[in-house]
Design a binder for this molecule. Structure first.
Ligand SMILES: *Cc1c(COP(=O)(O)O)cnc(C)c1O
Length: 466
């Protein structure tokens, strides 16, 4: 067939499309490169469709409209808010702890120049830790504190500062992997220290540690087994006994608490978790924990403990590569400040508010939303209010579940999981993507973390069920 007879020959050139008057505002606003990319994408899609005998070359107005849709998609931020209806409150893939308004305001306030490392009283260079150190000391009873980018960085920095080219005994029951690529043995190797495995997976005794302490031992380390529990015939050595043993040998005890709540969660009806204060009081010399897990703040790694050890850590040149930025630091300080008033914490700290939310309250929300969603999915699916269980997430108290409620969407009979997966994709394609969880032949939307049902229902008319 001669080329001129194929519809592909009618595809306009990139240059010609770029000159369409409808695209002029987009060119002015987003620049030439982005618009040209969008045109190329659209023309490639068109070419593909035509080669399969599908579609036709659109007129200029329709073509410009399609290009503009691609421009809009490319120009929109990729990182955006979502509705976390997974039932996992501190969801690592969904940004963990939601920040309080106080933290949001504090971040905006320091977006310009700020006294990040500037001592205003003395008029000379200061220390970025100074903005949170007093608060952290007060909240944990520690002598000193320093903060870095996240808890993985905190552990890396502690090990590299105190145990470079030396041995660190750790119980085999605590050689954890947490989520993506945080494996204690690998991290130790990268920190430049030698892991000395102690005891067995299920049982480790004090004498196992004692035997593992050789002349090259730098410190003893205890790691919170965040995301799993060893049950049955088990034994582990508590902080106090381990601290005593470490101190007998002139070594510090470092405890990686992982989630590290600053308060007794039992006081709020939640499962108990050891606090940094208790761990230090038991004799630990350093404690590391995350800022964005149970603490409810921004991504950060917090190291508290003995002043001389913190000083050594702060002198490590690696700290520069792991340091916290001013925006995060402002958010962290604002969140820590909320802890000064524990009585009001559940209403002011979103993480605690969501974790302590009563099932009856969540159920009432589900009852309100159900008719709206059922109407939208009419004829395609059934929507029921159901009880479900939420998790804290981020490795905190993995065995504990929180009584929750939500909506279960079940597909029309005979369509099964493929239909549900398409529906889940349609929810994710909404302007504020909705992330639920597939379970037992239903798409479950756990409403524990839904604050604004108006915002949720307002976008439902844009949902296109399969
Ligand atoms: C979560 C966790 C870490 C990693 O903390 P990030 O803040 O995610 O870097 C390290 N250790 C333990 C025990 C944890 O639970």
């Amino acid at each position: 067939m001669p080329r001129s007879d194929t519809p592909r020959a009618a595809i306009p050139s990139v240059d010609r499309v770029a000159r369409l008057p409808d695209l002029a505002p987009a060119l002015a606003r987003h620049g030439r490169d982005l618009v040209i990319e969008a045109i190329r994408d659209e023309l490639a899609a068109l070419r593909g469709a035509l080669s399969q005998g599908k579609g036709a070359v659109p007129d200029d107005t329709a073509l410009a409209a399609r290009v503009l849709a691609r421009v809009a998609a490319r120009a929109a931020p990729s990182l955006k808010p979502v509705f976390n209806l997974t039932g996992t409150v501190l969801h690592t893939n969904l940004g963990r702890a939601p920040l309080p308004d106080e933290a949001v305001a504090a971040m905006a306030a320091v977006a310009g120049a700020a006294n990040l490392e500037y001592d205003l009283a003395a008029g000379r260079r200061g220390d970025r830790d100074s903005h949170v150190e007093d608060q952290l000391r007060r909240l944990t009873g520690a002598e000193a504190a320093t903060v870095v980018n996240n808890n993985a960085a905190a552990v890396l920095l502690v090990l590299n500062s105190l145990a470079l080219r030396k041995e660190v005994p750790v119980s085999r029951g605590e050689l954890i992997e947490i989520g993506d690529s945080f494996r204690m043995p690998d991290l130790m190797a990268r920190a430049g220290c030698r892991l000395r495995e102690v005891g067995t997976t299920n049982r480790t005794h004090l004498k196992d540690y004692a035997e593992a302490i050789g002349p090259r031992a730098a410190l003893l380390m205890k790691v919170h087994t965040s995301n799993y529990v060893v049950e049955g015939f088990t034994a582990a050595v508590g902080e106090a006994a381990l601290a005593a043993l470490a101190h007998e040998h002139g070594l510090p005890l470092v405890v990686d608490l992982g989630s590290g709540t600053l308060i007794d969660l039992a006081a709020y009806g939640l499962p108990r978790e050891t606090t940094p204060r208790e761990t230090l009081a038991a004799g630990a010399d350093l404690v590391t924990f995350s800022g964005d897990k149970l603490l409810g703040g921004p991504q950060a790694g917090i190291i508290v403990g003995r002043r001389d050890l913190i000083k050594k850590i702060k002198r490590n040149p690696m700290r520069r590569a792991l340091r916290i930025d001013k925006i995060t630091l402002a958010a962290l300080a604002a969140v820590l400040a909320l802890y000064d008033d524990p009585a009001r914490l559940p209403e002011r700290l979103p993480t605690l508010r969501l974790l302590t939310r009563a099932r009856a309250d969540i159920r009432a929300l589900a009852e309100r939303i159900r008719p709206v969603l059922a109407e939208r999915l009419q004829g395609t699916a059934t929507v029921d209010v159901v009880d479900c269980e939420s998790q804290i997430g981020s490795g905190a108290l993995p065995a504990d579940q929180l009584p929750s409620a939500g909506l279960a969407i079940r597909p029309p009979s005979g369509t099964g999981d493929a239909w549900l997966r398409k529906l889940a994709a349609a929810f994710r394609a909404l302007p504020i993507p909705v992330i639920g969880r597939l379970s037992d032949g239903a798409l479950i939307l756990d409403l524990r973390c839904l604050d604004d049902d108006a915002e949720f229902t307002a976008q439902l008319d844009r949902l296109t069920p399969p």
